[in-house]
Design a protein around this ligand. Structure first.
Ligand code: AHG
Ligand code: MN
Ligand code: MN
Length: 349
């Protein structure tokens, strides 16, 4: 077996990349890694203990919470609370942001946004799920951190990552200097560097979208799907379609093999389904750091204005050339653009 570095060793090594850093960010990443291991432990024995199924509650989005959604949320929040480096946590599972008010966190500078369990509808059927996290530095310098500190654009992230609980468990993260992936070695209970300097292939042959909603997609998306399905030797089309229903799993595959993941606006989700703060922005940051591209169909995800903790966005993310092509289709065929060009054409908001 080849000798490699653990996540802990790697984080300490990389601390030198941040001249101003005093180790707080490193400790924060370490805390997230520890919570991920605890969540992984529960997920891996999910069929054996009473942790599958619905919790009987709903979150702020009106979605049914699974027992594991709640368990994962508690583990990440508790790790961040006891770590002392985080002043605010934003979570998919909590309506309001959580202010960490403790002696140990009184000088904490970081804000963490999390989707504790992504793809939780897959948990009962043993399909891969994930965790997504995003880290910001608070803007204000004294007093309690506020909502203003939280509502920062994706470009302001200082780190972001995801954990994929799949056939093996991996933690992938960036601090803005490339992307590195670590596989959990269960025999020693450590994440070990297995995927250094990850790069998304510029082109890909996989498209991931819930085609069941085809009738409700904007025309630009319909045209792009048709483009993917047409035969063309020069561009290796038709492409292949893969969609698990866990964004982390679909994006992780596309990171490694190349591809595009799309969750557009639809008739039933007129602003898109996925959440900007703890799903789209962290994934966009990671993908860009790996050489890919992330857009809402027209604009770079990371530059979108953030006005709400649970704001939604459409997302087109993955291999650069595939996302560019999809954007081209959106610009040419989307109702928004048609409205600009032709007065009176209906607009999907
Ligand atoms: P979550 O489990 O955190 O609510 O996220 C589920 C998300 C995302 O992971 C996935 O790609 C998408 O919802 C699936 O939605 P559809 O079932 O509408 O395709
Ligand atoms: Mn999610
Ligand atoms: Mn979730």
């Amino acid at each position: 077996m080849k000798v490699t570095r653990t996540l802990g060793q790697f984080i300490i090594e990389k601390q030198a990349d941040f001249p101003y850093a005093k180790g707080e960010l490193s400790r924060l990443l370490r805390d997230i890694g520890i919570a991920a291991k605890i969540v992984n432990r529960e997920i891996s024995k999910a069929g054996l203990v009473d942790i599958l199924g619905e919790a009987g509650t709903t979150n702020v989005q009106g979605e049914c919470q699974k027992k594991l959604d709640i368990y994962a949320n508690e583990q990440f929040i508790s790790a961040l609370q006891s770590g002392g480096e985080c002043c605010i946590v934003v979570s998919e599972e909590n309506d309001e942001y959580i202010y960490i008010d403790s002696e140990i966190s009184k000088d904490a500078k970081y804000i963490v946004a999390i989707d504790p369990l992504d793809g939780s509808s897959n948990i009962d059927v043993n399909v891969g799920v994930g965790t997504i996290f995003s880290i910001y530095r608070r803007k204000s310098v004294e007093g309690k951190a506020t909502l203003e500190d939280v509502l920062q654009r994706g470009t302001e992230q200082v780190a972001a990552g995801y954990v994929i609980y799949g056939s093996s468990t991996m933690l992938v993260y960036t601090t803005g200097k490339g992307v590195n992936g670590f596989t959990l070695d269960p025999s020693i209970g450590e994440f070990c560097l297995s995927h250094p300097e990850m790069r998304v292939p510029e082109d890909g042959m996989i498209y991931s979208i819930n085609e069941g909603y085809y009738a409700h997609f904007p025309d630009g998306v319909k045209k792009y799907i048709k483009y993917c399905q047409v035969e063309d030797d020069a561009t290796n089309r038709p492409y292949t379609s893969r969609y698990t229903g866990s964004m982390v799993a679909d994006l992780h595959r596309n990171m490694i093999k190349g591809g595009i993941f799309i969750y557009p606006i639809t008739a039933s989700a007129p602003k898109g389904k996925l959440r900007l703060v703890y799903e789209c922005n962290p994934m966009a940051y990671i993908i860009e750091q790996a050489g890919g591209k992330a857009s809402n169909g027209y604009q770079r995800i990371l530059e979108l204005e953030v006005t709400d903790l649970h704001q939604r966005s459409a997302i087109f993310i993955g291999s650069e050339n595939m996302v560019k092509k999809a954007e081209e289709m959106m610009t040419c065929f989307s109702p928004q653009v048609m409205k600009k060009n032709f007065e009176g054409v209906a607009v999907i908001q």
